[in-house]
Ligand binder design. Structure first.
Ligand SMILES: Nc1ncnc2c1ncn2[C@@H]1O[C@H](COP(=O)(O)OP(=O)(O)O)[C@@H](O)[C@H]1O
Ligand SMILES: [Mg+2]
Length: 476
């Protein structure tokens, strides 16, 4: 699958020439390699890209923010002037930030797209989610610098790359807006040479040459048509034209030599990760107890019983399903003996059933003296926060096995871990139509998060009040 080579233009400084570079580089690359598809978009808050490339009146409602909403990149692309395709800009990108789930979001979207050739991403001067995503997806990062402070800022961009396990060498510096009229005495005769020496001294790679400050280029955005003109058509007699031509050649050579590798890496990682998740979830299925954890009914081949409860102990060494009715009856027998009327029992049934996909049940057993155990039973919300609970003391001798079903103490003892625990903790969630859904990666991750929280809360509670026994609040 052909994937695009991605060039991200980034700098934490505004006004260093990022957007001018991104837009013009797109055109110069196209001029150099006519058949190479070139696409461009900007995460900055203005419409320079649109003002330069839009053909006629704007017709598309799509924009760059939608790259994070599940739409495919090719659906957002508009054919632009000079043979360059672009994705329209948006000035309200801030509103779309919550859509950005991870630093990999953009790379994953682009790796699944039909884009080819070269994609240039212009960024804003802020290292926000958009810029970080653009850096993560990049095969090449170009950092324009115009003075020593903008070079200092480059450190943060390098850090983002290095923190993602990537090489600092994919970042390359380009001195921009260089005033060639200024000369220094000494070894570095102008600000270009000085900046380049600084950059190399700090371990950065640099492009050959620079982009000069040109009054002609500065005025390309100010004209009665409201358009922004490119250097190639409206400032061809400037040094900047030659400098951009030289830069485009270097960039094109790098593209030819290296090719689009980043999105391939991202796609392969995703593939391997998906395989790993599938494997992990099938390992969890293998670990399941083969019968209902209360009665000995074997687990159906294809699926667990509908509305079954899923249970795990604190180190995941014991896990399986409990039939709906079985669980209810055991709790009724051993924890809610006082509920004799059908109406009350039905109420309990409703309460137990309600956590389907919205919450959990937490069962804890603490061994006490004289063969007595304290049982704490809590309802938890989706985040694992306790909603209500009850605490009872049970004498083991008083519990009976009932019609082949185990009692609560036997139930706990089957689920014991091999770790010494003062309090044995079991987490239960009522499944809906798809009991095995809990074993899939995302759902299981949520489960583990809640279980961790329960265990942290338990440690905190123990530290806070060693002596206070469980609450007596009613389970409602
Ligand atoms: N080579 C150049 N010579 C003169 N002015 C330039 C040049 N490149 C950019 N500019 C001007 O500098 C300002 C900032 O450039 P811009 O590309 O918008 O920077 P950034 O995207 O980093 O904020 C703009 O007004 C632009 O017209
Ligand atoms: Mg800009």
């Amino acid at each position: 699958m052909a994937r695009p080579y991605i060039i991200t233009i980034a700098s934490e400084k505004g006004g260093v020439g990022k957007t001018t570079l991104a837009t013009n580089l797109a055109i110069y690359l196209k001029a150099l390699a006519e058949d190479l598809p070139i696409t461009l978009f900007s995460f900055d808050n203005h419409f320079t890209v649109d003002q330069m490339f839009q053909l006629g009146k704007a017709t598309s409602q799509n924009h760059v923010g939608q790259l994070f909403t599940g739409l495919k990149a090719e659906e957002l692309i508009v054919m632009g002037q000079y043979g360059v395709n672009y994705i329209p800009s948006n000035s309200q990108l801030f509103d779309y930030q919550p859509e950005i789930k991870t630093i990999e979001h953009l790379a994953l979207t682009l790796s699944q797209s039909a884009l080819e050739g070269v994609l240039i991403i212009d960024t804003s001067p802020v290292l926000d989610h958009y810029t970080r995503n653009a850096l993560h997806a990049a095969d090449r990062v170009i950092v324009p610098i115009k003075d020593a402070p903008s070079l200092e800022n480059c450190r943060h961009i390098a850090e983002v790359l290095v923190n993602q396990g990537r090489s600092k060498t994919l970042l390359k510096i380009l001195p921009c807006l260089i005033d060639t009229r200024i000369h220094f005495s000494g070894p570095f005769r102008n600000s270009y040479q000085l900046l380049k020496a600084y950059a190399i001294n700090r371990g950065y790679r640099c492009y050959e040459g620079f982009i000069a400050k040109s009054p002609k280029v500065e005025t390309l955005g100010t004209n009665p048509s409201g358009k922004i003109y490119p250097v190639i058509t409206h400032a061809r007699n400037t040094d900047v034209h030659l400098q951009l031509t030289h830069l485009a050649r270097q960039v094109y050579l790098e593209y030819l030599e290296q090719g689009p590798t980043r999105l391939n890496e991202v796609a392969n990682d995703l593939f391997e990760q998906t395989e790993r998740f599938v494997q992990q979830s099938s390992d969890r299925i293998t670990k399941l107890q083969s019968t209902c954890l209360c009665c000995d009914k074997p687990l159906p081949e294809e699926n667990a019983w509908p509305n079954a409860y899923y249970l795990e102990n604190s180190n995941s060494s014991y896990c399986g399903f409990i039939e709906d009715e079985c669980f209810f009856e055991m709790l009724l027998r051993d924890c809610y003996r006082e509920l004799s009327g059908t109406e009350q029992q039905n109420l309990l049934r409703e309460i137990l059933a309600s956590p389907t996909n919205t919450g959990y049940l937490l069962l804890q057993k603490t061994q006490m003296a004289h063969e007595t155990a304290r049982i704490d039973l809590y309802r938890l919300d989706q985040q694992g926060e306790k909603i209500s609970g009850r605490s009872i003391e049970i004498r083991e001798a008083k519990l009976l096995k009932h019609r082949g079903r185990i009692n609560l103490m036997q139930f706990f003892s089957k689920a014991e871990t091999d770790i010494e625990e003062e309090t044995q903790t079991l987490l239960v969630q009522r499944m809906g139509e798809n009991p095995y859904g809990i074993l899939e990666h995302k759902a299981y991750l949520e489960w583990l998060t809640v279980f961790n929280r329960v265990q942290v809360d338990q440690c905190n509670d123990r530290d806070a009040s060693q002596s206070v026994q469980g609450s007596d609040t009613q389970f409602q």
